[in-house]
Design a protein around this ligand. Structure first.
Ligand code: PLP
Length: 378
């Protein structure tokens, strides 16, 4: 079976992970965690960046810093569960808004209408590494005094109009899950753009809502419980895995883009014939991280048949993506859809993702493309 994803495995990661083990530095915030933190702060241009245990925890930490029971958060329905549930856990309600069919991101022109006096946060999701329309989103947030929490789980190293995804809103959330471009196995980071006080709150909520970090730095002689938080620190062994990947972030990005371009070029004919619709990268995406390669098929029936054919006949793992959240038990219980679902359900049913990972090899891409073409010849 051709795998759908495979995380980068670097010799330096193995060396550093062993080093962390042998030094007995295995809990959070030893040297590799701090190196990752510095790299993120410098390269993404934010005042604070903290490694956490997952993209979900990055969002939960952001939610703890931004919402209270009874608040509302505007979020697309076409996304991973925790883009919404992280805020719901804090007692907020998810207000789902339709997406744009070209990028599958929240339709920025529908946000304003969904705002009520309870709205506190807009949470755009940068699907497949392509930024949502952040200029407009930031303008709306400013007008209504809302916080913007970017779900940049898939957006690490991508840019929107020259700005790093995750560093445009007030808080940015990254995932370093095994399926992501840069991987700790399980992990993530929460980025605070420029509000040092908010970043400081993040630091304390990340340490179970205590000022323990300040105590460890020798700034206090004891630490105390201040407010609600949780234990979000990942092991330094996992940070040791991530750090060398961050050091070659550009190379990993180029490598992924190479395969993405191969797919796009070799499947262009099918698009010209009107058989598929390829993923579009807008001009605003000034640096693309090639997190995912997807295309859209005629409808859900054709996609079901295609996935069966690729998996069973060709032994190639391809995947659909999210079931829109508003159409799930959780979504109905904890959220509501504002406006019309013109694109969310329709477009999500047509979308299919191809394998794409660092160093997957030209041969693998060619084999997959051949299989796709054969499906359409039948
Ligand atoms: C858009 C989005 N948000 C949040 C997450 C959660 O990240 P994690 O799996 O690291 O908890 C993911 C991961 O799949 C994601 O794709």
């Amino acid at each position: 079976m051709i795998r759908f994803h495979f995380p980068p495995v670097l010799e330096d990661s193995i060396k550093y992970m062993e080093q962390a083990m042998r030094n007995g530095e295995t809990c959070g915030d030893y040297s590799f965690s701090l190196k990752c933190r510095e790299w993120l702060q410098e390269n993404m241009g934010v005042v604070d960046a903290y490694l956490v245990t997952s993209g979900t925890d990055a969002l939960e930490l952001a939610a703890m810093c931004t919402v209270e029971p009874g608040d509302e958060v505007i979020v697309p329905s076409f996304t991973f569960v925790t883009s919404a549930s992280s805020f719901v856990r804090q007692g907020a309600k998810a207000v789902f808004v339709d997406i744009r069919p070209d990028t599958m991101n929240i339709d920025e022109n529908l946000i304003e209408d969904a705002i009520t006096d309870k709205t506190k946060v807009i949470c755009p999701v940068h699907y497949a590494g392509v930024g949502a329309e952040m200029d407009k989103i930031m303008e709306i947030a400013k007008k209504y005094n809302l916080k913007v929490v970017e779900d940049a789980a898939q957006g690490v190293y991508s840019q929107y109009k020259g700005q790093n995804l995750g560093a445009i809103g007030d808080i940015g959330c990254y995932s370093f899950h095994e399926t992501k471009n840069y991987s700790m196995g399980e992990g993530g980071a929460t980025l605070f753009r420029d509000d040092a006080a908010l970043g400081d709150e993040g630091e304390r909520r990340r340490e179970s809502g205590t000022n323990r970090r300040r105590y460890i730095r020798g700034e206090l002689d004891k630490y105390t419980w201040e407010f609600l938080g949780s234990s979000f620190l990942p092991s330094d062994i996992l940070a040791a895995n991530l750090y060398p990947q961050l050091l070659i972030a550009g190379e990993i990005n180029d490598n992924r883009n190479h395969y993405w371009n191969m797919y796009a070029e070799q499947l262009a004919d099918l698009e010209k014939e009107g058989l598929i619709e390829l993923q579009k990268i807008p001009e605003s995406c000034t640096r693309f991280n090639a997190h995912m390669f997807y295309f859209k098929m005629k409808d859900i029936d054709q996609r079901t048949e295609f996935i069966r054919y690729m998996m069973e006949d060709k032994k190639i793992k391809v995947m659909s993506h999210y079931i829109p959240l508003h159409d799930t038990n959780g979504g109905r219980k904890y959220g509501r859809f504002h406006g019309e679902d013109k694109w969310t359900t329709k477009e999500s049913e047509r979308l299919v993702r191809m394998p794409l990972y660092y160093n997957m090899g030209d041969d693998t891409v060619e084999l997959i493309v051949e299989a796709v073409k054969e499906f359409y010849k039948k």
